[in-house]
Unconditional design. Structure first.
Ligand SMILES: [Zn+2]
Length: 227
């Protein structure tokens, strides 16, 4: 008698606990299936995916403008870690902080074993542009923003950090190119200062009006191309 009662109890317990379990699974599937369907649908529609296509950046299929010179530094695990970007939300502007140095000198510093820094682009005093880190990789320029931003360092003739006209004209051209090419908003253009509070790029931090005027020129360049 005792064992039967136990069996009966056991069966009753099983029945009473299995019903809600089935309902829970059904409820979960009800939630998950539409999500899966949406994900598959989304992945098959390129316009819904991130506008940032890692595979094509700067590659043979997606050549850079002729005014950008390739001068990629070797992977050393520090200046260039060889890690892929995790996304692309914007572009961070820097000044080199070393008055009178050329784009090439700064690029060679990135490649130096002593260096722990790099940027995707360096713009020289005459407006020349070097690509130092592949565009689908992280640079070592902008602290925690490295994972999701491109970086541009700009050379400057003196301690004020003010860019030459040739450098700034090229900066506007490069930023407009990158915004258009990778579908970034002009609001995604920021200063190193906006990431960490560092006085970089010095002139644009100390002369906010010059920074805003430069961004206005980028916006105008994009609108001109669009019209
Ligand atoms: Zn900086």
């Amino acid at each position: 008698m005792g064992s039967k009662a136990e069996d009966k109890d056991g069966v009753l317990t099983d029945v009473s606990s299995s019903q809600p379990k089935k309902k829970r699974w059904g409820f979960l599937l009800f939630l998950i299936l539409p999500l899966l369907a949406a994900a598959v649908w989304g992945l098959t529609r390129p316009e819904l995916m991130s506008a940032f296509d890692f595979s094509s950046l700067g590659g043979e299929e997606d050549p850079l403008p002729s005014w950008i010179q390739r001068a990629v530094i070797p992977v050393d695990g520090v200046s260039r870690r060889g890690e892929k970007l995790e996304g692309l939300t914007g572009i961070v502007i820097h000044y080199v902080g070393n008055p009178g140095t050329t784009a090439r000198q700064n690029r060679n510093w990135y490649a130096d074993p002593e260096s722990e820094v790099s940027s995707h682009f360096i713009i020289g005093l005459k407006g020349e542009v070097l690509l130092c880190v592949p565009l689908d990789e992280k640079s070592s320029a902008s602290n925690h923003a490295n994972a999701t931003t491109l970086s541009v360092e700009v050379c400057h003739p003196d301690e004020t950090g003010q860019f030459t006209k040739a450098s700034e004209d090229r900066l506007v051209e490069l930023l407009a190119y990158l915004c258009r090419r990778y579908d970034l908003p002009v609001s995604g253009i920021i200063r190193h200062y906006d990431v960490t509070g560092k006085n970089c790029p010095k002139y644009y931090v100390e002369h906010e009006e010059a920074y805003l005027a430069m961004k206005k020129r980028v916006r105008a360049a994009l609108e001109e191309e669009a019209s």
